[in-house]
Structures are given as structure tokens and as C-alpha cells.
Write a protein that binds this ligand. Structure first.
Ligand code: ATR
Length: 253
């Protein structure tokens, strides 16, 4: 639906469909897709690392993320891998006029979703990123890969501080849970962002609202943002995201 709406904006012909790859046959599935005329595609969980391995050329941001969500064949027919997830998040944060530039960001979670957005958040001007995770060691390991602006700790040991932007990159919302952090950490929070989305606000966003965080946003805008980045790579034209976000919200309601 997202890509159909983007294509409509430019009156471009585009066929974008879901293909369910077998767990042990991602590469074969991609090759069959190319053999049938496929030129590019998005890859989602659990195949982003396999797409990374399959790509002959990687963008810097895909190399940094260690995962690929966008594949395409270049003019020479080489398979290129990019990762537009982080750019999609940044694009959505900019759309929301989120406090990001020169600010301290609190990033909850240290899985693939978190790894993919740290580089783009730094590139967008974040002053520092505190990565907090249920399993502290994973957060510390991840932080070490990004230099001195990024630090890692346990959810229970987040340093008291000024965090105008808090991003939930854990998958806790999928089971109706939220990352458990001290309520005081929300004191200066202006925007709480959850990378997940659904009909109802996630447990994390509900908790933030209850504690008086002025603004909450779910990951629908990030989803549309990463798709817009992918469309731009494939077609060389940047689509408008606002009407597509509005249409999706209506469809989900
Ligand atoms: P993804 O690619 O979506 O990031 P992942 O790599 O499986 O998925 O990572 C899931 C993240 O959500 C992890 O940071 C995980 O914490 P652990 O590393 O401690 O497992 C976090 N997570 C999942 N459920 C959670 C919960 N109920 N509370 C807090 N963190 C949770």
C-alpha cells in the first residue's frame, strides 16, 4: 500500500508484493525473484543479515548496521544492499520536529533495531546516545562500536540526566510489555518514540503519556520513512510521506 501510493504520486508503474521466503532459502528466493524480472526489494525480519551477506556491494550505513533492508541491482547488474531504517527514523523525527540536534538521546534496546539507527542518529546531530538494555552487556558491546558519544548500560542503571528524546527500540511492545525504567528519567522528555506501531498506543507510549510526557509517536512514520528512502533509491524520486501516513492511519483505524 505504501509503495503503491508513492508510485501514484509520480504516475509510475510499480509492482510491489510480499514474498514469503522459506527460512532456509532466502538466497534462492531472491535469485528466483530476479530471474522473474525483479529489480529491487525490501527485506525484513529475519532475513536482514542474510541480505547483508548476499549483497555484492554495501552502502556505508548498511555496513554499519550489519543488516540490509533494501536490495537493488545497479546498472552493471551488481546486487547492492542498503539500510534505510535509520534514515527512516531520522526522517520521521525531523517531520515531528523532535529534539535531536545537540541533544542527549536515550535509546532503549540493543538488538538489530537499535544497531541500525545509532549511526544515522549521530549523523543527524545527536550530541550523545545512551543505549540501555535489559541485558547490559549487549548495550555495552554495541556502544563500544560507535565511539565516545555512545555509552551502554542496563535499563536499571541509566544515569540520571536530561533526555528530551527517548526512543524505544525494544521488541517488548510485541508482547504488550514495556522496558522497565525509572519514572524520573522521563522528567525532561519532550517526545517519546516507539519504533513499533499498531492500532493502540504501545505499553511504553501509554506509560509515558500517563507520566505526563507531552508528545508520543509510534513507528508508523518510521515505516513510511524507510519506504520513502527505498523508493528514492529505486526510482530517483523522493515521494511525499505525509499523505501516505494519513492514509495508513485511516486504514489501521
Ligand atoms: P530487534 O531486531 O527487533 O531489535 P532483537 O535483536 O531480538 O530484535 O532485540 C530485541 C530487543 O528488545 C533486545 O534489546 C531485548 O533485550 P535483551 O537484549 O535483554 O533480550 C529487548 N526486549 C525484548 N523484550 C523486552 C522486555 N520485555 N523488556 C525489555 N527489553 C526487551
Amino acid at each position: 500500500m505504501i509503495h503503491a501510493l508513492f508510485a501514484q504520486q509520480f504516475a509510475e508503474a510499480m509492482q510491489y508484493e510480499a514474498i514469503l521466503a522459506p527460512l532456509d532459502g532466502f538466497a534462492e528466493c531472491w535469485q528466483a525473484f530476479v530471474a522473474s524480472g525483479g529489480r529491487g526489494g525490501n527485506v525484513t525480519v529475519p532475513f536482514k543479515e542474510q541480505a547483508f551477506a548476499l549483497a555484492e556491494q554495501l552502502t556505508d550505513r548498511a555496513a554499519q548496521a550489519g543488516a540490509v533492508n533494501t536490495l537493488y541491482l545497479d546498472r552493471q547488474g551488481r546486487l547492492c544492499g542498503d539500510n534505510t531504517d535509520g534514515a527512516g527514523l531520522v526522517q520521521d523525527l525531523v517531520r515531528l520536529a523532535a529534539p535531536l540536534k545537540d541533544q542527549s538521546v536515550l535509546l532503549l534496546g540493543a538488538g538489530g533495531a537499535s544497531r541500525g539507527v545509532i549511526g544515522p542518529l549521530l549523523a543527524a546531530g545527536a550530541a550523545s546516545i545512551t543505549v540501555a538494555n535489559r541485558t547490559a552487556a549487549k548495550a555495552q558491546l554495541l556502544a563500544e562500536q560507535f565511539g565516545s558519544k555512545v555509552s551502554g548500560c542496563a535499563l536499571t542503571e541509566i544515569p540520571a540526566g536530561h533526555y528530551p528524546l527517548i526512543v524505544n527500540a525494544t521488541s517488548s511492545g510485541l508482547s504488550g510489555e514495556r522496558p522497565v525504567i525509572a519514572a524520573e528519567l522521563l522528567a525532561d522528555c519532550q517526545l517519546a518514540y516507539d519504533m513499533l506501531y499498531g492500532k493502540e498506543p504501545t505499553a511504553f507510549l501509554q506509560w509515558c503519556a500517563q507520566l505526563g510526557v507531552p508528545r508520543q509517536a509510534d513507528g508508523l512514520g518510521m515505516l513510511v520513512g524507510q519506504a520513502a528512502e527505498a523508493f528514492t533509491i529505486w526510482r530517483g524520486k523522493r515521494p511525499a510521506v505525509e499523505p501516505v501516513i494519513a492514509a495508513l492511519k485511516k486504514a489501521l483505524a
